[in-house]
Design a protein. Structure first.
Ligand SMILES: Nc1nc2c(ncn2[C@@H]2O[C@H](COP(=O)(O)OP(=O)(O)OP(=O)(O)O)[C@@H](O)[C@H]2O)c(=O)[nH]1
Ligand SMILES: [Mg+2]
Length: 459
């Protein structure tokens, strides 16, 4: 493969630094004091661990495959030591386990090898979750087969491909096949090449590659033949005195080509891959934080709006003077808008709050103005009832409660519209204020809100 951009050590360093800077920024933004109340600790922890991984330049290589294909044996052969347990019984490895590979990264990066249980060992969803989780954390995947690929292996490959990690197909146990069969199987595996693809650290490089090979992703896929733990065989030993004996001999493992491929890959684009994968993980964490933030704020916003709706209703109910209702109402609405602004951590001066309030009230057209009108009407009725004395107490009660609930309902509507505006980052969107506010108000069911206010406050 010719010289490529990401192979340039300088470019790799730049990728790493960019990823670091971007994750640090995300951490300082979300780790900020006002965000602490949010339930996003797992995402922050993930960001921190991604950053740690970048700082220590640890590359994770995970091995996958069905039971007994020799996954653990392949890792042992790479390690040069029998650290991981292997055996002829299916399901020797039960849990993912990681081992440091001291001379794997050619000294420039640290490498962790992750052994996993056979993909057909654990049941359906658990298996697929485990595989996805491990694959997501790794920077390179080794998929071990030991001959013709089965349907299950094919499906597993497709599933792993979703993690978008570079993948090397390891054809193990080649010592078990005569040369001819070996070639035939190898060719079949090569035809599979189109199934998976190797993502590139930079889109540009991908474009160059695709151009150079007519868009065929095969050139970036790797199939390597190995014999991680060749079977012992009986050899005929002829001694100088002419006697012949048979001895068992265990041939050495053959994984040199695989080791070299991995080291080349890590040297060429290890740090860029690391940066790329870190950014992918960071992006997932950030998306999750953003989603939770809106969800959580919405809940709190709803509570706040409801609190103000009740305040306003009570204030109106106990206040016998009509004109004060209207003024007091506006003041409550403004306070509500400012509180919501604080909740969403958006700047909200008196001026912007009252501008927003006016937009909402006027864009709502008949609905809100109707409330103002009825406020005046009920208010007058209430004032009259209050001054005509105790005989009119029922009339006072009815009018006051109706008006109070209506006022609360008004606050609820203003609050809901303001909340939507703030949630969308202080914009009404391309449809403009009128359309958006009307559709929000249509969704706020007056009967439900009025009923709830009446039940909660005046029952
Ligand atoms: N002939 C031959 N046998 C091998 C080779 N590699 C591994 N084996 C044997 O295959 C069996 C399974 O090897 P493991 O490494 O335990 O396989 P695994 O994929 O980790 O299996 P599980 O952990 O059970 O999923 C063992 O008996 C190994 O000795 C090889 O290259 N050639
Ligand atoms: Mg194993």
């Amino acid at each position: 493969m010719g010289k490529n951009k990401s192979g340039d050590g300088l470019a790799q360093g730049v990728h790493l630094n960019q990823a670091r800077a971007s994750i640090r920024q995300a951490l300082s933004q979300y780790g900020h004091r006002h965000m602490r109340s949010l339930p996003v600790q797992p995402e922050l922890d993930l960001l921190k661990s991604v950053l740690d991984k970048l700082d220590n330049t640890v590359i994770r290589i995970a091995v996958f495959g069905l039971v007994s294909r020799g996954k653990s044996a392949v890792l042992n052969a790479l390690l040069g030591e029998k650290i991981l347990q292997t055996g002829p019984i299916h399901g020797v490895t039960q849990w993912p386990r990681s081992v440091r590979w001291t001379d794997g990264g050619g000294g420039r990066v640290q490498v962790e090898l992750i052994d996993t249980p056979g993909l057909d060992e654990i049941a359906g969803q658990v298996r697929s979750d485990m595989a996805q989780q491990v694959a997501q954390q790794s920077d390179l995947i080794l998929f071990v087969v030991a001959g013709d690929i089965t349907r299950t292996e094919y499906d597993a490959l497709l599933e792993l491909q979703q993690a978008q990690k570079p993948l090397i197909l390891v054809f193990n146990k080649i010592d078990l096949y005569p040369e001819q069969d070996l070639e035939a199987i190898y060719r079949k595996l090569q035809q599979l090449g189109g199934v998976w693809s190797m993502p590139c650290p930079s889109g540009q490089e991908h474009a160059e590659d695709a151009g150079g090979t007519g868009g065929n992703l095969l050139t970036r896929n790797e199939i390597v033949r190995v014999a991680a733990a060749p079977m012992s065989r009986q050899v005929r030993v002829e001694l100088p005195d002419g006697t012949v004996s048979y001895e068992w001999e265990t041939p050495p493992s053959q994984v040199d080509e695989l080791r070299q491929k991995i080291i080349d890959l890590l040297n060429r684009e290890g740090r860029s891959l690391l940066a790329l994968n870190a950014l992918v993980q960071a992006r997932e964490a950030e998306t999750s934080i953003a989603r939770k933030t809106v969800e959580y704020r919405s809940e709190q916003g709803e509570e706040l709006i409801w609190k103000f709706a009740r305040y306003k209703a009570i204030a109106v109910a106990v206040n016998p003077i009509a004109l004060l209702d209207i003024m007091g109402g506006a003041v409550t609405d403004l306070a509500l808008i400012r509180e919501l602004g604080k909740l969403y951590n958006l700047p909200m001066t008196n001026y912007t709050a009252s501008k927003l309030w006016k937009t909402i009230v006027f864009s709502s057209g008949g609905l809100m103005l109707g409330e103002l009108g009825s406020s005046l009407l009920f208010g007058l009725g209430k004032t009259t009832a209050a001054v005509t004395g105790a005989t009119a107490i029922t009339a006072f009660g009815g009018a006051a409660i109706a008006q109070a609930c209506l006022a609360g309902y008004g606050a609820y509507k203003v609050g809901t519209a303001a909340q939507v505006y703030l949630e969308q980052g202080c914009t009404w969107g391309p449809l403009g204020a009128n359309t958006v506010i009307k559709s929000i108000l249509d969704r706020v069911d007056s009967n439900t809100i009025l009923y709830r206010l009446r039940q909660e406050l005046f029952h």
